[in-house]
Structure formats: structure tokens, C-alpha cells
Design a protein around this ligand. Structure first.
Ligand SMILES: CC(C)(COP(=O)(O)OP(=O)(O)OC[C@H]1O[C@@H](n2cnc3c(N)ncnc32)[C@H](O)[C@@H]1OP(=O)(O)O)[C@@H](O)C(=O)NCCC(=O)NCCS
Length: 375
């Protein structure tokens, strides 16, 4: 979508006015996995306003318009990668869990994992491609935030020359995991890194085998960079992951970087809030009452009773509850991996009944956001 402005000093030519384009923003229709269920989501990207039109509300206007369109077509949320969180926080976007970008020496990968790779891991062949897409789909269901990919999207991914794929097979034959990566080297003979784009597996053994295969590159590669979610324990299996780096006085062992995640927003209308609650999946069944407010100190409230059966939620009006959550924090809880108890500890939500809060944690929890490809 674009924002247009009548150039104020230009003469009108003929009957029709001419317009300058002063801004643009994209809204993609996406499906993404949350709590074992695919959710319709609007992906917002490439928001930009011409230098001469900044600060006039053009960007805000474009985004508001995209939010209306996204809600009208049935999306449960919008997601974006912010250039600055503050700009989008004003518009109702809440943060999601950060990922950890580990940087580790290939020699730190356990020898037993390398042994798994020797028979099981090989290069991707053209006939394996379809099976690779199925591995992704199956793995995506268990994640928070992985995006459904069309056949075209896969085709574009496989066409990229610099991206290498390794796959792991079981003795029965079918792939159970793959890793896509690039090799980065600034000039011949300089330090070489493996930058993992995605490492996807149906089980833990396949994951160990793929990491083992990357570990097998230890003579050529100085370091492997791989993003894992906030709770992944991978580095606990690595011995001296920073062996080829030095520390500082404060940080002796630097294992990588914490990377901010995307932001998520749900529509503020009662219908939008109910849709956001009902659209995602839930990992356990149960009941919960909560009160959604525009801001913590707001008088206007929406009291809801949520009942989850077989992983699906129904939200109905209720009379009140101990847990009080602003809409922005609710977006982070429903779609950003923020636990209600963490929201309360941070002052983002309120609850004076510890048992209700424990129930909310159990019912609303999803895994932290998995490393998601930026759009
Ligand atoms: C970011 C951008 C889209 C904002 O568009 P805009 O039309 O100037 O913004 P608006 O007029 O709607 O909003 C202005 C408000 O945003 C705030 N704002 C502007 N830039 C900001 C920034 N970098 N960080 C935080 N807030 C910012 C202003 O303080 C102002 O707040 P106020 O209304 O309380 O005074 C525009 O500056 C731009 O195109 N920047 C370069 C491209 C870019 O970075 N795009 C983001 C890629 S996702």
C-alpha cells in the first residue's frame, strides 16, 4: 500500500490531479504456527516514508490502515520486525522472546555427534526436496511462529546458489532433518564461518547428526553461528565452544549474542481480542478468567472466560477476574512466548491471586519464539 500526497504547489494538469507517492508499506497474508495450530497472520514489512513527509503521521496512517485491512480479512495478529521498538509500541505492538545466536567452534561438537553424521548425513539431492518441505511442516507445528511456506517460496529458497543443504536420513531412507547454511569468508585464506540459516529436524537424534556434520568441518571452519530459542540447552553439550576466541575482563566466555525478536499486535476490539484468543492452539486444556484492558490504569475493561478443550479455546464474556492484562501485553502472552507470571513480575500485567496466575501460566504457555525468518 502507498500513501499519496497532492503536491501543493504544482499546477493541476487537466481535470485529474497528480499525486506524489510519499510512503509505502507491505501487508503479507501468512500462516504461522502457534500452540500446534496454524494461525492467519498479517506480516508487515518495508514501512518507509519519504524524507520530506516524515513526522506528519504518514507512517502511522499507513500502519493503521494495514491493521484495519488485516483485521477485516480475518487475521488474528500482525507481526513485524521493528527498526525501533518504540515506534511500534505506540501502535500496540508487544515484544516476543529473544533468540540466542550461538557462535561456537566446530571442534566443540561432541565426537559422538560427528559419528552419527558419518553414515546418516549427506547432500541434498533434487529428489529429496519435497521430503525436506515436509520435514519443515512437521517441525513447524511444534514451534511458535514458524511461517507456512508455499511451493513457490520453497522453489525460491532452493534456487539460491550460495546456500548449501545437508540432510539426515534414517536407515529406512526418508530425510528426518536438514540444515541450510552459507559459508562466509572475506577473502581467500581468511577466517571462515558457517552461518546456519535453519536447522530443522523431526527428532533429537537427527539434530545431533546434523550438528555433528557441521562439527566435521572443524579443519576448515573457525566458527559456526546458529540461532536457537531462548530455552534451548545446546551449548551445554559443547566443550569449549569459544576455544578460538578470547574473553574480556568481565566476560571470560562469550558464547554469542542475544537477538531481539519480532513484535506482535492484536486488534483492540472485543472481536479482535476474542479472535486472537481463539485462533491459536493450546498445549493443555483448562479454564481461565481474565480482564483485558487498553492500559493497566484504564477504566474500560473486557472480562473474558476462556475454556480450552482438546487444544481449542472458546472465550465468552464473564464478570471479572484476578488477572488484568493490557492488550499489548496480551499480544506478547498469546503470540510472543511471554508467560503471564513474567508479565506480572515486569509490571506489565496485574494479578494478586497466585493460584489464578499459575493457572494462566499453564494454560497460555507456548514455547519461546523459534528463530523465524525475517520478512
Ligand atoms: C520510520 C518512519 C516510517 C516513520 O514514518 P513517519 O511518517 O515519519 O512517522 P509518523 O509521522 O507517523 O510518526 C511520527 C512519530 O513517530 C516517532 N518516531 C519517528 N521516528 C522514530 C524512531 N526512529 N524511533 C522511535 N520513534 C520514532 C516520532 O517521534 C513521532 O512521535 P510523536 O507523534 O509522538 O511525535 C520513517 O521515518 C521512515 O521512513 N524512516 C526510514 C525507513 C525506516 O527506517 N523504515 C522502517 C523499516 S521497518
Amino acid at each position: 500500500m502507498v500513501a499519496e500526497r497532492r503536491p501543493d504547489r504544482s499546477p493541476r494538469r487537466g481535470a485529474s490531479a497528480t499525486f506524489d507517492i510519499v510512503g509505502h508499506a507491505f501487508l503479507f497474508a501468512m500462516g504461522a504456527w502457534f500452540g500446534n495450530r496454524k494461525v492467519r497472520m498479517g506480516g508487515i514489512a518495508s514501512v518507509a516514508v519519504a524524507l520530506e513527509a516524515r513526522g506528519l503521521g504518514v507512517g502511522t496512517g499507513l500502519l493503521n490502515d494495514l491493521h484495519v485491512r488485516s483485521h477485516a480479512r480475518g487475521d488474528a495478529l500482525t507481526m513485524l520486525y521493528p527498526f525501533r521498538q518504540g515506534y511500534y509500541a505506540r501502535l500496540g505492538y508487544g515484544p516476543t522472546t529473544s533468540r540466542r545466536r550461538l557462535a561456537f567452534d566446530p571442534a566443540s561438537v561432541p565426537a559422538s555427534w560427528r559419528a552419527l553424521a558419518i553414515d546418516g548425513v549427506g547432500r541434498l539431492r533434487a529428489e529429496d526436496r519435497e521430503a525436506v518441505t515436509r520435514v519443515y511442516e512437521r517441525a513447524a507445528r511444534r514451534t511458535s511462529g514458524w511461517i507456512e511456506r508455499s511451493a513457490n517460496a520453497w522453489e525460491r529458497r532452493f534456487m539460491r546458489e550460495r546456500v548449501e543443504y545437508l540432510i539426515v536420513r534414517t536407515s529406512a531412507g526418508g530425510p528426518t532433518g536438514y540444515v541450510a547454511f552459507t559459508i562466509a569468508q572475506e577473502e581467500p585464506h581468511a577466517e571462515t564461518k558457517v552461518l546456519v540459516e535453519e536447522l530443522v529436524s523431526m527428532d533429537d537424534r537427527a539434530r545431533r547428526a546434523l550438528l555433528g556434520a557441521l562439527g566435521g568441518l572443524r579443519d576448515q571452519i573457525a566458527s559456526i553461528e546458529l540461532e536457537v530459542d531462548a530455552t534451548d540447552a545446546l551449548e551445554l553439550a559443547l566443550v569449549d565452544p569459544d576455544a578460538r576466541r578470547h574473553g574480556t575482563e568481565i566476560v571470560e566466555h562469550d558464547l554469542g549474542t542475544i537477538v531481539g525478536g519480532p513484535m506482535v499486535r492484536i486488534d483492540g476490539s472485543a472481536e479482535g481480542i476474542v479472535r486472537a484468543i481463539e485462533a491459536r492452539g493450546y498445549l493443555t486444556d483448562g479454564r481461565l478468567d481474565l480482564v483485558v484492558v487498553p492500559e493497566l490504569d484504564a477504566k474500560e475493561t473486557l472480562a473474558l472466560s476462556i475454556r480450552v478443550e482438546r487444544g481449542r479455546a472458546r472465550a465468552r464474556a464473564s464478570r471479572g477476574a484476578a488477572l488484568r492484562v493490557p492488550r499489548r501485553a496480551l499480544a506478547s502472552v498469546l503470540y510472543g512466548g511471554l508467560l503471564p507470571s513474567a508479565a506480572v513480575r515486569l509490571g506489565l500485567a496485574e494479578c494478586d491471586d497466585p493460584r489464578a496466575l499459575a493457572r494462566a501460566d499453564a494454560l497460555l504457555a507456548i514455547p519461546p519464539l523459534a528463530p523465524v525468518e525475517p520478512f
